[in-house]
Design a binder for this molecule. Structure first.
Ligand code: NDP
Length: 223
């Protein structure tokens, strides 16, 4: 049985990814920074356990990493999008910094902490949940801090993919599409099930040799 760890997984896409992976006979480690909410979420699924993990807190990350032995898949799902993230010309530096801290640095910190636990020759995987908003080829004016943080996350994906290629660990970014979650809002066109499916495919089914790429709906998309 393979094991997957998912950040920010007590709700939204993270929880749905956990649910779909347990349906696929994965053992899932749901992580979240809220102890009670995380425990309640994990209790809903067979083969799920919970670990308290704030991706911005090095102490929390170090403590969580010590409690994990062998991992097959690491899914960097946790992220923030501020309602004040509106206008590049008036974007407060603090807001950009806070968004980069969680969405980019947080994901990198998690990768650094958990790569030593990832299976190597047996085909470890890191899936970074990014966003079409981070595509340089499609960049507009929407949510500048969030989009910049996801572009930078995609660069983290490329760096990690190159660094881990020789170990046989695949590292990819994925856009789930615009989904009805707290972040996506009720008006989004996709369900969480649809959004999670592409993440689950990368975690479980994508050919192991596919690494250093950006995906949506099982297709490679431009950076
Ligand atoms: P939600 O806002 O529903 O979930 C985000 C999760 O991240 C929450 O569980 C949140 O927990 C957690 N989180 C935030 N900061 C931290 C932290 N420091 N430590 C631990 N957990 C944290 O968002 P979605 O489910 O919609 O998004 C999941 C991923 O999909 C994100 O990476 C997002 O950028 C991406 N995405 C989503 C789209 C959409 O339309 N929904 C579109 C494109 C990409 P807490 O309550 O503690 O903040």
């Amino acid at each position: 049985m393979k094991t997957a760890l998912i950040t920010g997984a007590y709700r939204g896409l993270g929880f749905e990814v956990a649910r779909q992976l347990t349906d696929r006979d994965f053992r899932v480690i749901i992580t979240a920074r809220h102890l009670n909410l995380g425990q309640v979420a994990a209790a809903k699924l067979a083969n799920a356990s919970f670990l308290e993990l704030d991706i911005n807190d090095p102490v929390s990350v170090g403590r969580a990493a010590k409690q994990v032995e062998q991992l097959d898949v690491l899914i960097n799902n946790a992220a923030i999008l501020s309602g004040d993230d509106q206008d590049i010309l008036r974007l407060p530096a603090e807001l950009l910094l806070a968004t980069l801290t969680t969405n980019t640095l947080g994901a990198l910190r998690i990768a650094q902490a958990f790569v030593p636990h990832l299976s190597k020759r047996a085909g470890g995987r890191i899936v970074n949940v990014s966003s079409g908003g981070g595509q340089l080829s499609e960049m507009g004016t929407w949510a500048p801090a969030y989009c910049i943080s996801k572009t930078a996350l995609n660069a983290v994906t490329c760096q990690l993919a190159a660094a881990l290629r020789a170990d046989g660990i695949a590292v990819n970014s994925v856009c789930p599409g615009w989904c009805r979650t707290e972040m996506g809002g009720a008006g989004a066109p996709r369900s969480v099930e649809e959004g999670a499916a592409g993440i689950v495919w990368l975690a479980a089914d994508a050919p192991q040799g596919q690494t250093g790429l950006f995906w949506r709906d099982r297709q490679v998309i431009p950076w």
